[in-house]
Design a protein around this ligand. Structure first.
Ligand SMILES: Nc1ncnc2c1ncn2[C@@H]1O[C@H](COP(=O)(O)OP(=O)(O)OP(=O)(O)O)[C@@H](O)[C@H]1O
Ligand SMILES: [Mg+2]
Length: 261
């Protein structure tokens, strides 16, 4: 197992010994993952392995039964998701959580405005700032042609991008993306991920993304953590993890071809 955290630097995220049970199902069993600032890592695992449960615990949508979660040394284990979002951990969802009757632009404004709350004296300045940041997100995610359309009319891939842009609009230090390409047609997956990565370029945020497509995992992550039955079974470089016998047995079910040099 490769230790990616530098021994001196405090990790941005330190999830230690996380346990989560749902009745007889153990969805997380002693999960320990530390993430340094700026790292891009992917979480892989078969259906029901516990990936979303991990995301839910780190983002405050689920409280762990045991273990601790520290953000830059601050214990956030018992905080709710709104407080955690204000602390700088934001997420997108496996199934996008959007306001279907609002336009793409209005959805982004809601997210961006949630971090620009100011005393009333500054309201106009705050509104102008939120509007500017919204337009900036629309450009970065190359969504301008759909910006004035209600989300209800948009294709699955664009909805995914809106949800991710909303999370980024909350100015995260750590961004968790739960299956950014699920529900996106096979030929659009790479394009969607390229747009996300391009939008993230220059951002200091650490990114954890859950992904089933191993070519995307190989292409876009510097580190991969593999889950099986609520446990971490491999953690290291994409090459090392995808070569691991356990990962091939329990996750990928096949040998992954090496990316052309
Ligand atoms: N709220 C819940 N109540 C009961 N069981 C749950 C709940 N959430 C998750 N589980 C169970 O916990 C286990 C892990 O689920 P989780 O959603 O974390 O898996 P996942 O790795 O995200 O899977 P997928 O790839 O299908 O999204 C599964 O057995 C699931 O049925
Ligand atoms: Mg899931």
């Amino acid at each position: 197992m490769t230790d990616f955290a530098s021994p001196d630097a405090r990790p941005l995220l330190a999830a230690r010994g996380l346990v989560k049970r749902f009745g007889a199902v153990v969805a997380a069993e002693d999960i320990t993952i530390e993430v340094p600032a700026g790292q891009r890592l992917s979480v892989i695992g078969s259906n029901g392995a516990g990936k979303t449960t991990f995301v839910n615990m780190v983002t405050g949508y689920l409280r762990p039964d045991e273990g601790s979660i520290l953000l830059d040394g601050v214990d956030i284990s018992s905080m709710g998701h709104q407080q955690i979002s204000r602390m700088g951990i934001c997420r997108s969802f496996q199934i996008p959580q959007l306001f279907l009757d609002l336009t793409l632009r209005e959805n982004l404004l809601v997210a961006v405005s949630s971090v620009t709350a100011r005393p009333s004296l500054w309201r106009e300045a705050a509104q102008a700032d939120a509007a500017e940041r919204t337009e900036n997100l629309i450009s970065r995610f190359r969504m301008r042609k759909d910006a004035s359309r209600p989300v209800r009319e948009l294709a699955g891939g664009v909805r995914k991008l809106v949800d991710i842009a909303m999370a980024l609009g909350r100015k995260p230090r750590l961004l968790l993306l739960d299956e950014p390409t699920s529900g996106v047609s096979a030929h659009e997956k790479f394009d969607t991920m390229e747009k996300v990565m391009e939008a993230l370029r220059g951002e200091a945020a650490s990114v954890i993304f859950v992904e089933h497509d191993m070519e995307i995992v190989q292409r876009f992550s510097e580190r991969v953590v593999a889950f099986y039955n609520g446990r971490v079974i491999a953690d290291g470089s994409a090459a090392a993890v995808l070569e691991s016998g356990d990962v091939q047995r329990y996750v990928t079910g096949k040998k992954i071809r090496k990316e052309a040099a």
